[in-house]
Design a protein around this ligand. Sequence first.
Ligand SMILES: Nc1ncnc2c1ncn2[C@@H]1O[C@H](COP(=O)(O)OP(=O)(O)OP(=O)(O)O)[C@@H](O)[C@H]1O
Ligand SMILES: [Mg+2]
Length: 376
Amino acid sequence: MNPFVIRGYVSPDYFCDRAEEAELLLENIINNADTTLISPRKFGKTGLVLHVFDRIAREKLPFSTVYVDIFATLNLDNFVSTLSEAVISEFPEKTSMGKKFLRYIRSFRPVISYNALTGNPQFSFEYQSVAEKESTLKGLFEFLNSQEQTVVLAIDEFQQITEYPEKNVEALIRSCLQQMHNLRIVFSGSKHRIMTEMFSTAGRPFFSSTRTLSLSEIKNDVYRAFIKEKFGENGMRVDDGTVQYILDWSLRHTFYTQSVCNAVFATRSKTITTELVKHVCADILKRESVNYLQIRELVTKKQWDLLIALAKESTVKHISSSAFLSRHKLGAATTVSHSLKSLMEKELVLSVFSEGEIGYRVYDVFFMRWLAGQYV
Ligand SMILES: Nc1ncnc2c1ncn2[C@@H]1O[C@H](COP(=O)(O)OP(=O)(O)OP(=O)(O)O)[C@@H](O)[C@H]1O
Ligand SMILES: [Mg+2]
């Protein structure tokens, strides 16, 4: 098996570090505190949650765990159905907890169908009134809250609830959860601004209700040792300089680092040189280039020019400085700041905090390398 996982979570053997973060998350769970887990996309939030859940299972800690990803939900109805499905997939129909859950959920009169591919039950609820919908939601949380073993519920992509058309969803969910003392929640999300507004603005329902855990890059030396070890275990030799090249080129943004390593591993070369890595990276960019050309259709000329300028400089701290603007012939600072705002909303540009200052870079590291290479 390729030891560089690029989808989901496999086991601790294939998971690099995050020891401190895992410890903090577990401490919160044990000490009755809810957690807000924030990082940019593809840094490893989901991985961390599943890693901690895996540990809870392995060490037989007294918690049941439920993971739900609400990225695809569009409204409160979807939220309720998705949560019900997550619960039943965690506690299958045959188990006593699963039976209990089905009995319980039937009292809310769902239409139950079965997914043709997975065979898992799917629920859709037909509500007579808003009050009924709210009581179904509350009922779900109550079920989780009433288990003998405390349930840890991880709600991934939680910022999605701010997109729901119903009014006061935040207040509704918060007020339900507030009464559940035997239920621990991990809220995770990648939209930093929305997440911090939700949890750190006075007056918002979730204000100050959780402890925040931010994920940044895995430490350089730890990641380097991990990569060397995984290649080494499979009879592939690689020197520190080459591993460092991978880490630098991928900016240690977890998914991109893993992807490069995965592709290098796939060559099965006995000796991995920097030259080989460069070839592999070029192949990745070639494969992805159709997507990048499509992005060009989605942004204005000025935004595209700004993306190229950012890509060439990796990270830019003083985006409206005359030096940056004139170096790349970007025109007026106000235009650039409009473009920047729009690119950030489209998640094409990421703001990063380094050495006490805010900087900006192209969000997708491969896209960034491609832009810099295309427009020299
Ligand atoms: N500590 C780690 N060691 C090795 N691989 C990891 C680690 N953390 C995450 N990964 C891998 O990196 C990729 C991105 O991780 P993950 O999906 O957990 O990120 P995420 O922050 O949840 O992203 P998104 O915001 O897109 O949901 C995955 O392929 C995962 O397998
Ligand atoms: Mg995720």
